[in-house]
Write a protein that binds this ligand. Structure first.
Ligand code: FES
Ligand code: FE
Length: 453
């Protein structure tokens, strides 16, 4: 029996290596995290017309996401109600009906069972088709066009689940004119646990100058970024964690990095847009526009602004994931600019991207080494900047003072632990009003314990 309390410190500051490769923990994650969290499905722009669909995964459950006749979006399990065969094999397309290849049962785009071969002759009026539609994902909602689904009908709304993270997301998802994805997504398999890229994107700017040093040098990055020799001059950015394990790192030191170096017109376009955002949101929030941001929406949906990649880390057992990669762009950008950004993103973070390959080596080694019986009993740490976390008036969440820190790691793993322990969303809700105080006071307690030693 897994002792969850032993896996993760209460403040998220250390984790037992077993979490990166253990079938029992993985099964619990499927039940308590993936069957209860809001999971990214698609962007509305990927399924604009009635009958447009994509096939994707929610945890290990395969689903079809379909645009309905009334304009809404629904999602269904992609498993036939007769004997469970896969109903839809294509990754995306447009359909009037989904027909199971095994015995030919046909389902409408609303998931209802419409046609059963030889129904009259074989079932003789005894099959109630109205109760044999595809199983529905009970909650599907869109946040500024980004569509998420949740299997747990007692979960908070998507807006509540994103919570204070929305304060940051809305800068570019809303005030800047909105964002969209360029698809279809590229797909690749990585031999790593789903949490390793999720934690990397939620809070790891520390690795950038080291892991990506050679690639950044080739791309002409500023010298301070190479080999982690020094922090940037001036503003060193922020780490932020918000309720429900979401988080981001922000580097304010100068525009969309690699893209800006080759495309001054992108910088100019964003400078113009910045004035509009400042009028709407004020100067504090406008700082979060047009800078480097890495982020994870808990549990497995990550993105980077500045290098414009949008990722979904789909679990495939404890030691493997399928990576889905889209380019994320601002909706109102000229088409030519969007297409240059997509080329640049694929060069860096596509399946064979320069930076993707650097990261993949680390993600696979962390996972595969954690199979070792002795290794997995040990603990890894996310304690950088612990004790300096604080709350900033007017800025939601718990904030760390430098983009290179591990504040967002701790928020991610604190909530991961909370979800594994909680029996229901009601139990999780009970922690809503105290989570940040708890995170801060735990941090301070740990600091004082360390000082006593
Ligand atoms: Fe689908 Fe039989 S399993 S029709
Ligand atoms: Fe990286």
């Amino acid at each position: 029996m897994t002792d969850i309390c032993d896996l993760i410190d209460k403040d998220g500051g250390t984790q037992k290596s077993a979490i990166f490769h253990d079938q029992g923990i993985y099964d619990l994650e499927m039940e308590r995290i993936f069957a209860r969290s809001w999971l990214f499905l698609t962007h509305e722009g990927q399924i604009p017309n009635i009958g447009d669909y994509v096939r994707t995964m929610m945890g290990e459950d395969e689903v079809i996401v379909v645009r309905q006749r009334d304009g809404s979006v629904k999602a269904f399990l992609n498993a036939c109600r007769h004997r469970g065969a896969q109903v839809c094999a294509a990754e995306a397309g447009n359909a009037n009906i989904f027909v199971c290849p095994y015995h030919g049962w046909g389902y409408g785009i609303d998931g209802s069972l419409r046609a059963v071969p030889l129904e009259k002759e074989l079932y003789k009026g005894r099959l109630d088709k109205s109760t044999h539609g595809l199983r529905v994902v009970p909650l599907v909602e869109s946040y500024h066009g980004f569509v998420y689904g949740c299997f747990d009908s007692t979960a908070p709304s998507l807006k509540e689940y994103l919570g204070e993270m929305g304060w940051y997301l809305d800068v570019w998802m809303d005030a800047a004119g909105g964002a969209e994805l360029i698809g279809p997504p590229s797909r690749s398999i990585l031999n790593c646990n789903w949490k390793v890229p999720s934690e990397n994107f939620v809070g790891d700017t520390y690795h950038v100058g080291w892991t990506h040093g050679a690639a950044l040098k080739a791309l002409g990055a500023k010298p301070h970024r190479l080999g982690n020799r020094s922090l940037p001059d001036g503003d060193t950015g922020l780490q932020i964690t918000t309720r429900h394990g979401h988080g981001l790192c922000v580097g304010f030191d100068g525009g969309p990095g690699m893209l800006g170096a080759v495309a001054p017109d992108i910088l100019a376009w964003q400078a113009q847009n910045r004035e509009r955002i400042e009028r709407k949101l004020g100067s504090l929030r406008t700082r979060f526009y047009g800078c480097h941001i890495n982020s994870t929406i808990f549990p497995n949906n990550s993105f980077l602004w500045g290098t414009n990649t949008f990722k979904l880390w789909q679990p495939r057992g404890p030691g493997s994931i399928e990576v889905l990669t889209w380019t994320i762009v601002e909706k109102e950008m000229p088409e030519d600019m969007k297409s240059r950004i997509a080329t640049s993103m694929n060069r860096l973070f596509g399946s064979a991207g320069m930076l993707e390959a650097d990261d993949s080596d680390n993600m696979e080694s962390i996972t595969q080494l954690s199979r070792g019986f002795v290794t997995r009993q040990g603990r890894v740490i996310s304690q950088m900047s612990k004790g300096d976390d604080r709350q900033v008036p007017g800025m939601p969440g718990v904030v760390g003072d430098c983009a290179m820190g591990e504040t967002a790691y701790r928020g991610f793993y604190r909530f991961y632990r909370e979800m594994l322990l909680a029996g229901s969303w009601d139990e999780i809700r009970a922690g809503d009003s105290v989570w940040s105080d708890e995170l801060l006071s735990l941090t301070l307690q740990s600091q004082s314990v360390e000082r006593r030693k």
